[in-house]
Design a protein around this ligand. Sequence first.
Ligand SMILES: *Cc1c(COP(=O)(O)O)cnc(C)c1O
Length: 320
Amino acid sequence: MIKHYKFVYPDFTTLLLQSSLETRLHIQRPSPLQPFAPQWPGAEQLQLFIKRDDQLHAVISGNKWRKLSQQLTQYASLPDHIVSFGGGYSNHLHALGYLCWQLGITFSAMVRGDYRNHPTPMLVDLQRWQTQICYVSRLEYQQRSDPEYLQALAQRFATRFIIPEGGSNQAAVAGIGQIVDELHAQTAPLDVIAAPVASGATLAGLAHHCAQSGARPTSILGIGVLKGEGYLESLVQALLPQPCSNWHIDHTHCGRGYAKSDTELLEFCEQMQHQYAVPVEPVYSGKLFLGVKKKIAAGEFAPGTRLVLLHTGGLQGARN
Ligand SMILES: *Cc1c(COP(=O)(O)O)cnc(C)c1O
């Protein structure tokens, strides 16, 4: 039997459900906003902050909770069974696997590739959390957004609760909006919020909510973490509830591509930890911080600019 969840509750009920889930899961909201004064050329002229979404939870990685929070609370009850997709190091599968285990929800993870003989640390965690792992070929994985394929999965697992790769959909965009609400409560109006971009849902959520709120215009700077000029923009546009023009993506800091790092990036990540006690990894947050550092050095921000770096978490994915 496929369950149909028909009732969409009004906002306040969603929020109540969210806050009870956050209590059960020990999510620490709001995440801290930390002033940041690095010894980077040009940084002394700006007001920098780090929004520490990496500190929302010890296991559930930063922006992945934001993206999942409203998806889990938009129906009358929690689902019995969730299906989702990701690679062998996926922060999304990791966050979802942990929270399904904590909440007693059956979780089936469609994993791209075959890691049976050499599971990654992420997959070892999923096994510990009783996730049903299904290794699928690259070819099958490519169908992950095809309606017929999703229909077949829904029947196979008897659930309608299929969450896209990265947790990225309209509900994710809404969940990201809470970051903007928290920032409004935590500090004076901001000029720039900078965040890494992969599937685009985080950027779309920040841009949409900043465009909606009437305060001082805040521009959203995306740092692309994979080679995808044009492609990443189209992902963001598809996720935006309505078009807005307060955002752009810088493609010059993706290095050699997704999950590829070089010595400069690795050394920079180490330095962030040792000099500033801010842990970053080379896939997302390292590229964000290094990209912003270089843009500051290039004089791309006017003196006095108030800029937040959104630390989206993701440290589990850097384990070997
Ligand atoms: C998934 C992820 C991102 C990318 O967010 P998108 O919404 O997919 O653009 C950024 N940082 C970390 C740590 C992530 O795990």
